[in-house]
Design a protein around this ligand. Structure first.
Ligand code: M6R
Length: 610
């Protein structure tokens, strides 16, 4: 979390930094700041709140310059206020730093520096970096040496950029664990947490690797290894479509991303399936003979990606007959799982930067397991540290609440299960054709659901005073219940819990009263009758039923206070349809309750800290 951006070139640096920070705001939005070399002096402007608040500050307190660094923060150490906002400076204000990550040994370093006379002004871990740099600079009178010694003292994860007053034509940087990308345009250079912050100006870019450091000028990059050797590199052409980074007329990214889903699913179908219906993953470089030997899968992921993993387990077990475990990344990384060379560990992550998921990958590799990741950012740390990756192909997801990445995860997991079933000869040609026929019909069915968004908007309005919700689902739609509840919690700040229908009577049913709306995901598929029983149980205790059911079914709507029909489809495709009304429900509930759906409080898009 936290976004950093830095610029060196002919343009007014404040405007370049503001554009970059706005694009990175999904990474954190509780405070923001910039440091600019203005008339030879480092000038810092920072503010609590969003980038807009920083922009307002710059209107009344402008800065001028062509070299500078910027930061948007998601607080880890110290509350979100102006003092704790980045950039942080050294004792004399001659060195400024923006940082993404956590310096784990900051207490020790701070104590040591205080004893040497350094004065600290914030509660952040970051502030030790400019002070350490200052100390080593005093010793060496050389920024590169000062940086190298600074890095040698830091434990934890970081990507940071240093602006040094004495060096008006260079910016220094270092990376270990947190993402950092270098971008080059015409006579201008950039550093940023994510390439989206620096397009379209950065025509070429390079992802800085772990334990690399160096410096940039307006038209060059010097890259060094941990031990100080020059590292050769090759830049890649930047190919991000800037249009994908704006709201395209929608009020919020979340709504845009919800509506993008049918198109994304269509794109995934087209690229994963050839005309003969053969499934392919050209980017996945795991040999078929290894995949054939895999006896067990372990899925590790967090949040929405964990919910996708649970659906993935059903797919892998049903189609590929692979015994599959799913674990939350923050548990998996510490639980010393039993795994061997024939276990395939699958990491699922939209951002590809989730710290817990990344740590789980390290765990798995230490046990000699191969890791296949499902990522939406193919240049991310998770993609690069896995043995192979599958591109989710959802396009940049900006809304903090994951929507389109979730359906893209389900689609790719389904195709992966079918791919594995194919190499194990587990499905007949006829079965495969039937499955692929069903899949091809999916995008249109999704469109039909989204075209009825107004029905859901009405629910959100009528249920705006409800303080708690229960979501129930079974089998393929148990994860849908979890996901529907998560969406509502994270963007509308409404307490909601998702349960497997069968588990409900083992305790949670005590919650039911006439005040409690229960969202029942009850499409006509396996365990449909059991879901109907759940509905009866809630009704007989006077709970309010809101149901998602299959077109043509008359039983579920007759027992519901509110109901929404999804088109008929195969059982295993229902989670891709049933989640859509729940995403819309969360979105409209957030609006009804005066919440900002794209930037929910306390959250950040990528969770790069533990
Ligand atoms: O980038 P990842 O998929 O690894 O992120 C995992 C979770 O942090 C993420 O899904 C989070 O739960 C979302 N805010 C959910 O909408």
């Amino acid at each position: 979390m936290c976004g950093i951006v830095a610029y060196l070139g002919p343009k007014s640096v404040d405007s370049v930094l503001l554009v970059g920070l706005t694009r990175l705001e999904y990474r954190g939005y509780d405070s923001a700041g910039i440091a600019v070399l203005d008339n030879g002096e480092i000038t810092v402007r920072k503010e609590k709140g969003k980038i807009k608040d920083l922009e307002d500050l710059l209107l009344t307190h402008p800065v001028e310059g062509t070299i500078g660094i910027g930061h948007t923060r998601w607080a880890t150490h110290g509350e979100p206020n102006r003092q704790n906002a980045h950039p942080h400076v050294d004792n004399h204000g001659k060195v400024a730093v923006v940082h993404n990550g956590i310096i784990e040994n900051h207490h020790t370093i701070r104590q040591e520096l205080i004893e040497k006379g350094h004065v600290f002004h914030s509660e952040t871990d970051t502030e030790v970096i400019p002070h350490l740099f200052e100390d080593y600079y005093k010793k060496h009178k050389d920024s590169a040496k000062a940086l190298q010694e600074t890095i040698a003292r830091l434990d934890g994860r970081y990507a940071f950029v240093v602006l040094v007053e004495q060096e008006p034509d260079r910016l220094y940087f270092a990376r270990s664990g947190s993402p950092l990308v270098y971008g080059r345009g015409r006579g201008e250079s950039f550093l940023a947490s994510d390439v989206s912050a620096i397009v379209p100006a950065a025509k070429e870019h390079l992802h800085i690797d772990n334990d690399q450091w160096g410096w940039i000028t307006k038209d060059s990059l010097e890259l060094r290894s941990k031990t100080g050797e020059a590292v050769p590199f090759e830049m890649s052409r930047t190919q991000i479509d800037v249009k994908a980074l704006d709201r395209a007329g929608y009020d919020h990214f979340m709504l845009k991303e919800i509506h993008e889903q049918p198109g994304i699913v269509r794109r995934i179908i087209q690229s994963r399936m050839d005309d003969e219906g053969i499934v392919r993953f050209p980017e996945m470089n795991l040999p078929n003979d290894f995949l054939n030997r895999v006896t067990r899968c372990m899925i590790t992921s967090a949040g929405t990606s964990w919910h996708a993993g649970i659906v993935g387990k059903f797919y892998l077990e049903q189609f590929a007959r692979l015994s599959t475990e799913v674990d939350i990344s923050s548990e998996f990384r510490y639980r010393n799982p039993i795994a061997d060379g024939e276990t395939l560990v699958m990491a699922i992550s939209q951002s590809g930067e989730t710290a817990d998921t990344l740590a789980g990958i390290h765990q798995a590799k230490a046990k000699f397991c191969r890791v296949l990741s499902f990522v939406n950012v193919t240049t991310s740390s998770i993609a690069r540290e896995s043995n192979a990756f599958i591109d989710l192909m959802a396009g940049p997801e900006i809304g903090v609440a994951s929507t389109k990445a979730y359906t893209a995860q389900l689609m790719n997991l389904l195709f992966y299960a079918l791919f594995t079933a194919g190499i194990k000869w587990l499905v007949s040609k006829e079965e495969r054709e039937q499955i692929l026929h069903e899949i091809r019909l999916l995008p249109e069915k999704m469109e039909q659901i989204l075209a009825r968004a107004d029905e859901i908007k009405k629910w959100a309005s009528e249920l705006r005073d409800s303080k708690d919700f229960v979501f129930l689902g079974r089998s393929f739609n148990h994860p849908t219940a979890l996901e529907g509840a998560l969406k509502l919690k994270e963007i509308a700040y409404v307490h909601a819990s998702g349960y497997a229908g069968g588990e409900f009577k083992h305790g949670p049913i005590a919650l039911i009263s006439d005040q409690m709306p229960v969202i029942c995901i009850a499409p006509q598929c396996d365990l449909y009758e059991k879901m109907v029983s759940n509905i009866e149980e809630v009704r007989s205790r006077k709970g309010r039923i809101i149901s998602i059911y299959t077109e043509g079914d008359t039983i579920v709507p007759s027992k519901s206070d509110y109901s929404f029909a999804i088109p008929q489809c195969a059982d295993y495709l229902t989670p891709i349809l049933t989640v859509l009304p729940l995403q819309l429900f969360a979105y409209y509930s957030a609006l009804e309750r005066g919440c900002e759906p794209d930037q929910p409080r306390n959250l950040a898009k990528s969770v790069t800290v533990e």
